[in-house]
Design a binder for this molecule. Structure first.
Ligand SMILES: NC(=O)c1ccc[n+]([C@@H]2O[C@H](COP(=O)([O-])OP(=O)(O)OC[C@H]3O[C@@H](n4cnc5c(N)ncnc54)[C@H](OP(=O)(O)O)[C@@H]3O)[C@@H](O)[C@H]2O)c1
Length: 250
């Protein structure tokens, strides 16, 4: 199978301090990329640097800030850009949300992806670059205890495909792919959602989590993103990520 060598490529990963983003940063580092990890928790990023070494550059910043997006794209011109950072939604039924809590993932997740997609297209990143955005399986089915989360993740999938069309129209050669992970208790964000859905179903968390079957882990997310970045035959616009790996979204 043909494969792009990512040794020496600069990869920038948002939300690298824990969860999927940490697994993605570690996998890309392991594949030989120079990884820039962005998150607000500087101490967690320093821990990751101690683990990965000098090939990892920690940047403590708000990924939803448009100035941060512009500065980091200008400074690093990443060949692989992974827009993974996301806020944990408040787990409550619709009527217990305020507009502020409902729209949290629009203010963080969508805002981040919008600003970085613009910057990637305007720079533009080099031909052959890959931009991967983190949507969610919830974008396909909804997530009734998560306010505006599912809609925000559907919008991320849409605007990633809009960016892909702009890249095509402009002959830029930048790949734009969205990944839709299945709910997993393996990260802080996912564990909170599993706890809320288990309580709603009157089940204990362990048996509710078991009912989800094999779910993605940070290591699996890392392998999946590394293969999307290195394998040009993975050329679909969006992939579901389950415990069994990547599957194109129909
Ligand atoms: N876990 C699941 O079940 C699941 C399912 C589908 C999709 N997803 C998506 O996958 C992505 C990663 O989620 P996860 O489960 O790994 O969550 P997590 O463990 O809570 O990690 C979230 C990451 O995002 C970072 N982050 C949040 N707001 C940020 C901001 N404004 N600027 C920079 N970094 C920010 C956090 O770092 P700091 O707090 O240090 O800033 C952290 O590194 C999210 O987009 C999430 O919606 C998760």
């Amino acid at each position: 199978m043909p494969s792009n060598d990512i040794k020496g490529t600069t990869a920038l990963v948002t939300g690298a301090s824990r969860g999927f983003g940490r697994g993605i940063a570690a996998a890309l580092d392991g594949a030989g990329a120079a990884v820039v990890g962005v998150a607000r928790d500087g101490a967690a990023l320093e821990e990751l640097r101690a683990e990965l070494g000098e090939s990892f550059t920690p940047v403590s910043a708000d990924a939803a800030d448009p100035t941060v997006a512009g500065q980091l794209i200008d400074a690093y011109r990443p060949g692989i850009l992974v827009l993974n950072a996301g806020a944990a939604p408040l787990s409550r039924p619709l009527q217990h949300h305020t507009w502020q809590t409902f729209s949290r993932n629009w203010d963080v997740d969508v805002k981040q992806v919008f600003h970085w997609l613009r910057e990637a297209l305007l720079a533009p990143l080099a031909p052959g670059s890959t931009v991967i955005t983190m949507s969610s399986g919830a974008a396909l089915r909804g997530s009734p205890l998560s306010g505006g989360y599912a809609g925000s993740k559907a919008t991320i999938r849409f605007i990633t495909s809009y960016a892909a069309a702009e890249s095509e129209r402009g002959g830029l050669g930048i790949r734009f792919i969205s990944v839709l992970p299945q709910l997993t208790p393996a990260t802080a964000l996912g564990a909170a959602a599993v706890a809320a859905y288990a309580a709603r179903a009157g089940a204990d968390e362990r048996s509710y989590a078991a009912s989800l079957g094999a779910t993605p882990t940070p290591e699996l997310a890392g392998q999946a993103v590394a293969s999307l970045a290195t394998d040009p035959s993975l050329d679909q616009p969006a992939y579901l990520l389950t415990g069994a790996g990547l599957r194109p979204v129909g």
